[in-house]
Design a protein around this ligand. Structure first.
Ligand code: F6R
Length: 606
């Protein structure tokens, strides 16, 4: 999805902006552009260079060499309104060419605003919703840029993170945000603005996070913030414990592979000092009266939602509270039964997913208590939620989520234990479950050794068109995530089925040579999953079994053995071979695993 960078300081802006855009490439985009203010005979001129295509195309554009200024804004566009083209790329200018604007988000009432501008004599040259913004600023400008921006923002419906520069105020970048992230990195007499922290990490780890409908006036040695009515707002600087290295590949061919390998350490960080054998679980949730809840909703999207499905078992087992898992995009429109006796848990790597934010707002408005499991520090969800628990997975750059998922599941299980202890529920298994969580980093590390065996399978099946995953209980839940990983990065059609459902319809799809991957880690139901796999084998399926049980079966083509663990936690282990499988299939197909087509790392639009 679109990315924003801005720079004001003593350095030449262009290289900083381009490096920032390169570090945002993982978000997915189709065009890129920069606008720079350069000194010109005691005045300032505003230059824009933009085009369709990769940042590399922009970087190779000779016109960039003429942009000498120290103030600039930049953007990577992921088309929503209007095809990817030079005209539709950002930055956009107003008709007088005084105000350059980059924008993330969607202006929902742009048709109405375009009409208003046209009636006032303006011409719009692109198909974008964004182009209304610089023109409205121009229309509202009477010498005071803050007034003009505030008035313009009040006219916009939808979401925005914007940067504005102009020769009329050459030492400032004006920024603002609503429902789309924006941070201001602080470094002595330099400021680096970004939609995502990694774009600024090579300069600083100190940030201001803009809140909803806030406006910032950013100069090289100061940053002031205002609410939409222009009352000044005092903000604290937040220090982020991520470093620039963690957002680089460090010798790995792709971010995805690097992040798969980072999983043992990431889980270690998630556990941190929250869990030890001889103490109660330690989470910063003082003040929550867990006794009042009679229902838990876990709400998220995509992989984060799969983390919720996997963890439902733990909440019901240890907390004895009925737990329902919902897709945020459904939850927000289905009028769910929520009141003050409901605990709503939201999961999000980015903390910026539009549907999850809307669902969270709905839950808050309905009087429930909200706890969010988030990776990106200071992101929107953390600021809306009553309580936030961070996964501490470090930056996840590959679009396909891997380490965030295992950390989300780990943290959700720790939360379930915490609630159980707060409720005083006796469960003889709690101590051994805590031990199992503490063993996770080593067991995930051991599981990484299956890489060669998995690669061998991927090398054989990567040309197939359809692939099926089956499992029961948590093995079914992890099958959904394995299937999603495969779809996302290899573009192979795949489905996950509860193994017992196979013969109620989907088995009709099984024919000679189709690959069926079964996950069987629960000692009580593995035999049953195995029988379902055999039913597929009888109908000609090529079979793979991921298991931690002692299963010997000559009919199965490939058996991948993984470490034993409590079956509630087994998805954190069994997902690893499935991630590696998807990775090698995509590599065999020579696809860009880090930036799969049509996908974006953080989905900030509905
Ligand atoms: C899949 C993937 C997506 C995200 C989903 C939610 O690999 O990454 O399905 O999980 O878009 O994103 P967050 O967790 O940022 O809310």
């Amino acid at each position: 999805m679109c990315g924003i960078v801005g720079y004001i300081g003593h350095k030449k802006a262009v290289p900083v902006l381009i490096n920032g855009l390169l570090s945002l490439e993982y978000r997915g985009y189709d065009s890129a552009g920069v606008a720079v203010l350069s000194p010109d005979n005691n005045e300032y001129k505003l230059d824009i260079v933009k085009d369709k295509g990769r940042v590399k195309v922009l970087q190779d554009n000779k016109e960039l060499e003429n942009l000498h200024g120290n103030v600039g804004i930049a953007h990577t566009r992921w088309a929503t309104h209007g095809i990817p083209s030079k005209e539709n790329a950002h930055p956009h200018l107003d008709n007088s060419k005084s105000f350059a604007v980059v924008h993330n988000g969607i202006i929902e009432n742009y048709i109405e605003l375009r009409q208003k501008l046209i009636e006032n004599g303006y011409t719009l040259y692109s198909d974008t919703d964004t182009e209304v913004i610089p023109n409205l600023i121009h229309m509202n400008y009477n010498g005071d840029i803050l007034q003009a921006v505030s008035k313009t923002l009040k006219e916009l419906k939808g979401s925005y993170a914007i940067e504005v520069i102009s020769p009329l105020f050459p030492t400032k970048i004006i920024v603002a945000k609503k429902d789309s992230p924006l941070v201001v990195g602080i470094k002595d007499d330099e400021k680096i603005i970004a939609s995502d922290i990694p774009a600024a990490l090579s300069h600083t780890n100190k940030f201001y996070f803009l809140d909803e409908e806030e406006i910032g006036v950013i100069e090289k040695d100061s940053a002031k913030f205002f609410d939409i009515n222009l009352n000044e707002v005092k903000k604290d600087i937040k220090e982020i414990d991520w470093n620039a290295e963690s957002s680089e590949k460090n010798g790995f061919e792709d971010f995805m592979l690097k992040e798969i390998y980072e999983q043992p350490n990431a889980i270690r960080e998630t556990i941190g000092s929250r869990l030890s054998l001889d103490k109660k679980v330690n989470l910063e949730l003082d003040g929550v009266d867990f006794k009042k809840f009679n229902k838990i909703f876990i709400v998220a999207c995509g992989t984060a939602m799969h983390a919720g499905i996997v963890s439902k078992y733990s909440f019901e087992k240890f907390c004895r509270i009925p737990t329902e898992v919902d897709m945020a995009s459904e939850f927000r429109y289905r009028n769910p039964l929520i009141d003050e006796h409901t605990l709503c848990i939201f999961i999000s790597q980015s903390g910026e997913t539009a549907d999850t934010i809307a669902a969270l707002r709905l839950a808050k408005d309905s009087g429930s208590t909200t706890i969010s499991i988030v990776n990106v520090i200071g992101s929107s969800i953390t600021r809306i939620s009553d309580y936030t628990l961070y996964t501490h997975a470090g930056p996840e750059i590959a679009v396909a989520s891997t380490k965030a998922y295992v950390c989300q599941v780990t943290l959700l299980n720790i939360l379930a234990l915490y609630i159980s202890e707060q409720l005083g529920i006796e469960n003889k298994e709690i101590n051994s479950f805590k031990e199992s969580i503490l063993e996770l980093p080593e067991k995930v590390k051991d599981t990484l050794t299956t890489i060669d065996a998995i690669k061998e399978i991927a090398d054989k099946v990567y040309t197939q068109k359809d692939l099926y995953f089956i499992g029961r209980g948590t093995d079914y839940a992890v099958s959904m995530e394995g299937s999603l990983k495969l779809k996302e990065i290899s573009y192979i059609h795949s489905e996950a089925y509860a193994a017992g459902e196979l013969k109620h319809g989907p088995i009709a799809l099984i024919e000679n040579g189709i690959t069926v991957i079964a996950v069987a880690t629960n000692p009580n139901i593995s035999e049953k999953t195995l029988s379902n796999l055999e039913e597929a084998i009888t109908r000609g399926a090529n079979s793979v079994l991921i298991t931690n049980q002692d299963i010997k079966n000559d009919k199965i083509n490939y058996i991948i053995n993984i470490p034993k663990i409590d079956s509630i936690l087994s998805p954190i282990i069994s997902i690893v071979p499935l991630q590696i499988f998807a990775y090698f299939i995509a590599k065999n197909k020579k696809l860009d695993v880090d930036k799969p087509r049509n996908l974006a790392k953080s989905v900030t639009v509905e």
